[in-house]
Design a binder for this molecule. Structure first.
Ligand code: HEM
Length: 152
């Protein structure tokens, strides 16, 4: 009886982990969830960023760079970062933008391609245009740290 319980618990744990549900279930609301309500709160940001990373991997122009990327990890880093930028009170603890993108040879057209995928992910999640612009306006200044100098 005991043995069956443990094996059932183990099977459930494996199932939860493999569907990614375990990670989704651990999502806590942001300290100032109202600032990101237009994105569906922190859980909504995670959904958008998981969709974004899936789109990046399939993108013929930049997908090769994200081939080995751990989608859950990058989606969480992006969600923390976007939440912080939007005033949701989260703390982004990932790498510095200049350091992480250095040496990748990112050009303006790569940057725009990623921005298009982000907009498509936000459209799919039903985020209003005004809210999309609010985020894009916060991300735009990062271009100087991400795109290599003298590129088009
Ligand atoms: C506004 C635009 C962008 C933002 C906000 C952004 C943000 C980030 C963040 C938060 C990380 C994770 C840092 C960490 O792991 O600590 C990251 C990693 C990365 N970014 Fe960007 N990024 C942007 C544009 C781009 C562009 C245009 C490219 C290339 C086309 C790019 C390629 C990558 C790659 C390859 C990684 C590493 C992914 C991995 O861990 O495998 N990023 N970026």
């Amino acid at each position: 009886m005991k043995k069956r319980f443990y094996s059932l618990a183990l099977t459930s744990a494996i199932l939860l982990a493999s569907t990614g549900y375990a990670q989704t279930a651990s999502i806590k609301p942001a300290p100032n969830e109202s600032a990101i309500a237009g994105f569906g709160g922190y859980a909504g940001l995670m959904k958008i960023n998981l969709d974004l990373v899936a789109r990046l991997k399939l993108n013929p122009r930049i997908g090769a760079l994200f081939k080995e990327t751990d989608a859950d990890r990058l989606a969480r880093q992006l969600s923390d970062q976007f939440c912080e930028l939007l005033g949701g009170g989260c703390t982004y603890s990932g790498a510095d933008m200049k350091a992480v993108h250095q040496g990748m040879g990112v050009k303006t057209h790569h940057f725009n391609s990623l921005a298009e995928d982000l907009q498509a992910a936000m459209d799919a999640a039903g985020v209003a245009q005004s809210e999309q612009f609010r985020l894009i306006a916060k991300l735009a200044p990062m271009k100087r740290d991400i795109v290599e100098a003298k590129s088009d």
